[in-house]
Write a protein that binds this ligand. Sequence first.
Ligand code: PHE
Length: 350
Amino acid sequence: MNSAGEISKNLKSLIQEFEKTLGQASSLQELEQARVDFLGRKGRLAGVMSQLPGLPAQDKPAIGRLSNEVKESLNNLLSNKISDIQRKSQEEKLSVFDPSIPGRTPDTGTIHPVTRVTDDICSIFVKLGFDIVTGPEVETDFYNFEALNLPPGHPARDMQDTLYISESVVLRTHTSPLQVRTMLKCRPPLAAIAPGKVYRRDSDLTHTPMFHQIEGFLVDTNVSMADLRGTLTAFAHEIFDPRVCVRFRPSFFPFTEPSAEVDISCVMCKGCGRSPRGEPCRVCKETGWVEILGCGMIDPAVFEKVGYDPEKYTGFAFGLGVERVAMLKYGIGDLRMFFENDLRFLNQFV
Ligand code: PHE
């Protein structure tokens, strides 16, 4: 059995030994090991303390106090050493950190040209008093065809290269179903535009199976073709250039009568058909004109389908291709560029 003297000597020597062990430790892991060895439940301090019960009663208080002091010293030594090591590793990190190296800037996105042109077109028509409406891309035959005066078997259905989901459900081939949906919901007077994706079974240099259209329509009493022409001319001047000329060519759509296709003077060659160097203009194929949309006066048969009195109301409608307008506006030669997501192309539209 150890005497009080020996125990107190052992306790004190623990401090020196601990200091020595800490002196050799260089990582937090080694410090943890040292803590377990000296201060742990089965560590050196606990080992010495286990001899305490065997001491004469009068020696116990002094040894108890001493052991508490030793424990506190060990803990202090340990926490000092921990801060030392943490500070050193921080300093090491800072010594390799060069604040003069330029930061890495993350890529920022840009607005897709199709979105940008859609927004531009919508805001022009909103200024003219049109509301914006949207509808489903998966449509029933009724909205996409039948209510638009295209009954089953009508030859003009072939114009549309339809993608069928089932016999009576299609991917909408145009935004014109929004005419029907809006007219069924609201009473005249009304004026709305409907932007959105449309789908056709068609894919080549100038066609993609999905593209974007914006439908526009206005219904009131005494609406005339002159209103249509005035509205579309104002639009063309705003989106392209106040100097462009606008011409209406007779055309056919089952849901408008009369119908027209609208051309603007070519924005590339300014309508002369040739480039400044005298080469044939590829955009308008030397004609000086490019088509931008289809339009017409809403057919009375459509009004009947939605319950409007064709004797009382007249209205106009138009549908334009967003990619087409974007190509002309930004001088883009290949439609497919819009869908390839090449950042070198997209980053130009900041
Ligand atoms: N829906 C027609 C198309 O996609 C365009 C159009 C809309 C024509 C409205 C006249 C009136 O080709």
